[in-house]
Design a protein around this ligand. Structure first.
Ligand SMILES: Cc1ncc(COP(=O)(O)O)c(C=O)c1O
Length: 416
């Protein structure tokens, strides 16, 4: 059977598909140690909260109402109004219900955005999405309707104490010309746990405004929810920013709710795309989140339960890794947010794609770093020396995983 150009591109096995396959296989195999995928942790307080919340909403009819009705293509308007008020009250941003729309997960939002701005234009030009700092989120990699939609730059590396490091945007190298249609960065960053500093965001905003292009900030782990961010940085939005949030890392990946906050004309354009692609976004997540805004639980649980849970777990996992792998060539990116640790094995004699296979043979799933260097063919050893692991699993599984990792890394360094 022959497929169209679109069909051929999108039916290929991509990095993100491998990741989701592994996640699913692992869920079927009770012995697998799943440090690969991005499923949020099953935090007992959050599970209990969602259980009680959904029971209450079954009783008052609001859950069944969300299940049995379509919303408009912009998404559930009562939730959008409540969120607009929350954001303008909390941050003073000039946001109304005309600045927010919903998608079926923020993954879907990025597909819309990258293809709204990137690709072929009527005047014959071809425009790209600039990732100012790779490694970046693997889920962007294959989302262009046309190939080669991204262009990116490698970061500078700041070496920190205690075998840690931090990436920074290399503003001296960053080039923006008329072929760039938008800038995009995740903050906190998946896979590294990096958080762009206020200064970096300000500079990216200035560059975006200077070139008349939007700055897309992927806020899947950011504030005000789920608030998996351990640095004291300032939330950022203005009318040239497209801020993308999600209910997934709050603990609700199954409701597939992405949230876009942008200028009115972009919200109108994206709502029209939503109508064509999916009629309307799912209303169940917005119904739950609206209730959590009403009770105040959305912000208090994010601040008092979700953030401390991940922060504590990140620090404990780092300590275990450093103890298990004392080699000075092993370094960890400073954990500033998100749900992953980014491990760097400097001078590793095998690429991390090979290390990934060896670990998988032993029942440990991580993600090899190569996938995250999107948008450029970097001739840089570093791209083969890193891997991403999540730290959301129970401690005993993480410990077993670290044991296997330490063993395989020491074999690899020893040349076997
Ligand atoms: C940085 C980042 N952006 C976007 C997404 C997409 O999340 P969802 O489609 O569940 O909202 C993820 C998921 O892991 C992510 O890590």
């Amino acid at each position: 059977m022959q497929f169209s150009t679109f069909g051929t591109k999108f039916s290929q096995h991509s990095g993100i598909t491998q990741l989701m396959d592994d996640l699913n296989d692992g869920l079927q195999n009770p012995d697998a140690i799943m440090l690969g995928g991005g499923n949020p942790a099953a935090i007992p307080e959050m599970i209990e909260h969602f259980t009680h919340l959904s029971q209450r909403m079954v009783e008052d009819g609001s859950l069944v109402s969300a299940l049995t009705n379509y919303d408009g293509p912009q998404g559930k308007s009562s939730f959008i109004s409540a969120l607009a008020k929350l954001l303008s009250d909390t941050y003073g941003w000039p946001i109304s219900e005309k600045n927010i729309m919903l998608t079926n997960g923020s993954q879907c939002a990025f597909f819309y955005l990258f293809n709204l701005f990137g690709g072929q234009y009527d005047d014959g030009s071809f425009k790209k999405i600039l990732l100012p700092l790779t490694p970046e989120y693997i889920g962007y990699a294959d989302s262009g309707l046309t190939p080669e939609i991204f262009t990116s730059f490698k970061p500078t590396i700041e070496h920190l104490n205690n075998r840690q490091f931090k990436y920074h945007v290399d503003f001296d190298a960053l080039e923006i010309d008329e072929s760039v249609a938008a800038i995009c960065a995740s903050r906190p960053t998946n896979p590294t746990g990096n958080v762009l500093t206020d200064e970096e965001v300000r500079k990216l905003d200035v560059l975006a405004q200077k070139h008349g292009i939007p700055l897309i900030i992927d806020n899947a782990y950011g504030v005000p929810f789920p608030n998996i961010i351990f640095e004291d940085v300032t939330p950022f939005w203005n009318s040239n920013t497209i801020l993308c949030s999600s209910l997934s890392k709050l603990g609700l990946p199954g409701v597939r709710c992405g949230i876009i906050i942008a200028s009115e004309n972009i919200i109108t354009a994206l709502s029209n795309i939503n109508g064509i692609v999916s009629l309307a976004p799912c209303g169940v997540g917005p119904a739950l989140a609206q209730e959590m805004i009403k009770t105040g639980d959305l912000l208090t649980l994010s601040e008092n339960v979700i953030k401390p849970f991940y922060q504590d777990k990140a620090q404990r996992t780092i300590a275990k890794l450093q103890q298990a792998i004392p080699d000075s060539r092993f370094k960890i990116h400073k954990a500033e947010g998100a749900i992953f640790l980014w491990l760097w094995f400097e001078g590793l004699p095998i690429p991390t794609k090979e290390l990934y296979q060896r670990l998988k043979q032993r029942g440990l799933l991580v993600v090899p770093g190569e996938y995250f260097f999107i948008g450029s063919e970097l001739d840089w050893d570093h791209t083969h020396e890193c891997l991403r692991m999540n730290y959301v699993q129970p401690d005993e599984l993480i410990e077993r995983g670290i044991e296997i990792l330490a063993d395989e890394v020491s074999k690899a360094y020893a040349g076997s």
